[in-house]
Design a protein. Sequence first.
Length: 133
Amino acid sequence: MAIEDLRKNDMMAHLIDALEAGTDIGHYGRLTFAMVARHFVSDDELVARLTKDPTVDEQQARGLVQQVRSRDYNPPRPDRITEWQRQQEFPICPNGDDPDGCNVYRNLQFPDGVYENIQQYHEQKATAHEAGK
């Protein structure tokens, strides 16, 4: 998998283009980018991309990549990205009025483990809900 695969998603293409232009994509833009891109590129390439943001040096980029990997973050849901976007100036989603604009699950294929983690989370949530009745 590679950066070209990420361009299949409008939001990720938007973030890649902004980084290549040397734009500050904001804390949540970088976090979103790292949470998704880590499944497609090596850590070194991810760090190289993140350091194109003028507010991020290599040490900060490596720290973010390490945090995302060590906590095994799943790619964020569209509603989470929309929430994060409201907390910063840079628009993470290029088309704010498109409900699928921030949905990376729509047109990117993640490793099976991502989908298994999501399924497990929903099962645990349902079990907790049933226990609380």
